[in-house]
Write a protein of this length. Structure first.
Length: 209
């Protein structure tokens, strides 16, 4: 038995035809390649909006269920990582969000590809609370979601956060598909939505493209 025959014998036990195994491997690679290309090219377009909104709202629901101590004390710096955790759990274990699982979920991320984020923003403004994107090369089409998280405060108008979300969702730089300012109250959260550099009047105004 020569070397090639030995390899074929190892790959194809129990009299399985070599050609069948090779065909199956090629088919699997082709299907995987198509799936990755489809996801990285812009998600399941017809469902992108609904998936992202469900991911946000369900994560916030879990946060209000399990993190009452943080909410009572309005601990913003500790709250954002907990919301991040609940989002991460949904992306990892809930099959409904499988098409989003190819993306990277990051907290306080300050890179644009391999470089630091633009100087147009302040040092704090360069680090969004939570983003869903693809790291490294980071083409605009892979920038999906940006979240800013604040506790309700009647003395402020959230101007810095609004400016940041308008900037990150605009076509000028990062082109995030959707930006959301989450304002945490003691009983429930309020949401302000941003798309294409504009603050939207209501959730129903979010477009899927």
């Amino acid at each position: 038995m020569n070397k090639l025959e030995k390899i074929i014998n190892e790959l194809c036990p129990n009299d399985v035809e070599y050609n069948e195994v090779v065909s199956l491997q090629i088919k699997q690679k082709e299907e995987l390649g198509k799936a990755i290309k489809k996801v990285k090219g812009g998600l399941l377009k017809l469902k992108k909006k609904d998936l992202l909104l469900a991911l946000i709202e369900e994560s916030i629901a879990k946060f209000y269920t399990y993190e009452k101590s943080l909410i009572r004390r309005k601990m913003e710096r500790a709250s954002a990582p907990r919301i991040f955790y609940y989002m991460q759990e949904l992306l990892k274990y809930d099959n409904r969000f499988a098409s989003l699982s190819f993306y990277d979920l990051d907290n306080e991320y300050d890179r644009d590809g391999y470089n630091r984020k633009a100087e147009e923003l302040s040092e704090r403004g360069k680090r969004p609370d939570i983003i869903l994107h693809i790291r490294e090369d980071n083409p605009k089409k892979d920038n999906v979601l940006i979240l800013e998280i604040k506790y309700e405060n009647r003395e402020i108008l959230y101007e810095n956060d609004i400016e940041k979300l308008e900037y990150f969702t605009s076509k000028k730089k990062y082109c995030y598909f959707l930006g959301v300012l989450i304002i945490l109250g003691q009983e429930k959260a309020q949401y302000l939505y941003f798309q294409k550099g504009d603050k939207l009047k209501k959730k129903e105004d979010i477009r899927n493209v």
